[in-house]
Ligand binder design. Structure first.
Ligand code: PLP
Length: 374
């Protein structure tokens, strides 16, 4: 049996997810895709939104579906009403895809993109944020957990600092939904985005967002697709909804949406306490081996343990573990470039267990890692 410690890449889909997808696909092939869609309208048009609203503790009208977390983020952030000179706050843990968009928006709109400073241990300097927040800050962008290391950023505390302010607050929850409690209501953000395939254990090609009403009211979209808009005269159209579905396109991969719905149901039925204990066990194994260096900033940690070795390249460790039945992945420094550059890491081994892994999996990992580093 493979030990899957690459949940930060993509979690293993539960049987209920694969069954929902293959069942739907078979129905499409046998009975027609439009007809199948009609039969499953309760899930596709309502149920999936209700379920994701419960997963994120957000109003159902805030939920929109996309085909990736990046699509969710860019579909909203590209259309925000920024003005020249607006300040954008990001953190050193910003995901590279989001950073590419900020770079482009800065160039086009003459924004000032500022990186929030961190304390010596890697935690964000919340006192600095509190002292420097002003009404020329238009957007604050924070990943709940970054791609390349396991720090949990204090999104709730940041939400409290920003609450009285004019700025919009966006949280990239790609690596946290499914492994940590995520509540839009508690965080108090205007935008929260995630992928279905990671700790939520949904299929690839699925992403979603919660887009708050304050933000929606300020965005003027350049296009609305036909599930939300009608041509009411030869030269006029009307939008039928104020909900976040305005940000979607009409056409979707419905087997994927059914799989995402099954993953959300599965998640909502969970009673475990998450992957935290396994994370600590993995960290202990890595720390105990000579030559390893943990990339582990901050005081709160999620189930992503990244490390390098002073003699064996990360790619060789990954390949060696894979050959011994253990899946881990490579954290590319360029995917979390601001932080990883400051610590001089181009590639690290990323080990990301989930609640369905066991202490025996950690033992298998430990044995395999010892072998590879021998
Ligand atoms: C923190 C973070 N944000 C965003 C993304 C992008 O997700 P997607 O590949 O679904 O666009 C990732 C992907 O790994 C990520 O780790």
């Amino acid at each position: 049996m493979t030990v899957h410690f690459n949940n930060a890449g993509a979690g293993l889909m539960p049987t209920a997810v694969t069954q929902a997808m293959t069942g739907y696909l078979t129905e499409e092939a046998k009975g027609g895709a439009y007809e199948t869609e009609q039969r499953h309208a309760a899930t596709l048009e309502r149920g999936i939104y209700d379920r994701l609203a419960r997963v994120l503790d957000a109003p159902v009208d805030d939920i929109a579906l996309f085909d990736s977390a990046t699509r969710a983020w860019t579909s909203v952030v590209s259309h925000l009403p920024f003005a020249a000179g607006d300040r954008i706050w990001i953190t050193p843990y910003e995901y590279a895809g989001n950073l590419i968009l900020w770079t482009e928006l800065r160039r086009r709109l003459d924004l000032r993109v500022e990186v929030v400073p961190v304390l010596p241990d890697g935690d964000l300097d919340l006192d600095w944020m509190e002292a420097n927040i002003d009404d020329d800050v238009a957007f604050v962008s924070v990943p709940h957990v970054p791609s390349g290391c396991g720090i949990v950023l204090p999104v709730e505390e940041i939400g409290r600092i920003l609450a009285p302010r004019r700025c919009f607050y966006g949280v990239d929850a790609c690596q946290s939904v499914g492994q940590l409690p995520v509540s839009l209501a508690v965080i108090g953000c205007d935008l929260l985005t995630a992928a279905g395939r990671k700790y939520l254990r949904g299929p690839r090609g699925t992403g979603f967002a919660a887009i708050g009403s304050r933000l929606r009211a300020r965005v003027s979209l350049p296009f609305h697709d036909l599930h939300t808009a009608d041509m009411v005269a030869d030269d006029a159209y009307e939008v039928r909804t104020e909900s976040a579905r305005r940000f979607e396109y009409a056409e979707r991969g419905n087997p994927g949406v059914m799989g995402l719905d099954a993953a959300a149901r599965h998640h909502l039925a969970r009673t475990d306490s998450g992957p935290g204990p396994l994370r600590d066990a993995v960290r202990e194994v890595v720390e105990g081996l000579p030559g390893t260096r943990l990339i582990d900033p901050g005081s709160r940690h999620a189930a992503l343990v990244t490390f390098t070795h002073d003699r064996v390249p990360s790619q060789d460790i990954r390949a060696g573990l894979h050959g011994r039945g253990v899946n881990v992945w490579i954290a590319q420094g360029s995917h979390t470039p601001l932080y990883m550059r400051t610590v001089g890491v181009e590639q690290a081994v990323r080990v990301s267990p989930h609640y369905y892994n066991s202490p025996a999996d950690v033992e298998t990992f430990a044995g395999a890692l010892c072998d590879v580093l021998r």
